[in-house]
Design a protein around this ligand. Structure first.
Ligand code: HEC
Length: 192
């Protein structure tokens, strides 16, 4: 019995080693088509989940319908952030928008997530983009997307994000990390 336990532990260790040695999938780094469009990051649901928002809106008028947002980063960039409080070059963020529902199955109160309405993608690619960060939208089924104009996305992230271009003020597990490394802009928390 002891021998069996030992050998299964050894197998688990070996599997762990194999996993650690496997290279990151290519789609954990930004990939582009020949016309400089960003390819959709297909496996972002296997990345690290940073946080959700519900009905977050930055204009005084409420939106027509409240949606959930789910934010993800690849595991390799998350690990680098934990060690430095900074985002490495080629970091990709995905914000996924999902419809909400309240009545359904046994649920009586509160809201749960349903269909995806598409994703927003943000890439730090210092040699490719003059402003270092670029922004894209993918509807369901879109395989590639062109960068959005600076005014549409870049400017708000530049002006209001707490760490470089990312809204770490809304990501509770990353906030203490950025504070520890001194990369957190406290003023981003001021109510505007
Ligand atoms: C008026 C300000 C504003 C504008 C304009 C804006 N964003 Fe954001 N963005 C935010 C805020 C606030 C968050 C953090 C929380 C959330 O909404 O989930 C965010 C989060 C994100 C994230 C997750 C990573 C991060 O930076 O924290 C991505 C990806 C993103 N936005 C993409 C876009 C894209 C693409 C556009 C343009 C179509 C855009 N954003 C325009 C305010 C803005």
């Amino acid at each position: 019995m002891k021998r069996i336990l030992l050998s299964s532990a050894t197998i688990v260790m070996c599997l762990g080693f194999l996993q650690a040695a496997a290279p990151d999938p290519a789609s954990d780094h930004p990939q582009y088509s020949s016309d400089n469009h960003l390819l959709r990051p297909e496996n972002y649901r296997e990345w690290i989940f940073l946080s959700s928002g519900f009905g977050m809106n930055y204009s005084p008028q409420p939106g027509s319908h409240e949606m959930f947002t789910n934010v993800f980063v690849p595991q390799w960039t998350y690990r680098e952030f934990l060690n430095s409080g900074k985002w490495p070059d080629h970091t990709t963020f995905v914000v996924e928008e999902r419809m909400e529902q309240s009545k359904g199955s046994i649920n009586k109160h509160g809201h749960f997530q349903t269909d995806s309405m598409g994703i927003g993608v943000e890439v730090k690619d210092e040699s490719r983009f003059p402003n270092k960060w670029a922004y894209f939208n993918f509807d369901e089924g879109d395989k590639s997307a062109a960068a959005n104009p600076k005014q549409a996305c870049w400017q708000c992230h530049e002006d209001h994000a707490a760490v470089e271009h990312s809204f770490v003020q809304f990501y509770p597990t990353l906030k203490p990390v950025a504070k520890k490394f001194g990369t957190y802009k406290q003023a981003a928390e001021d109510v505007k």
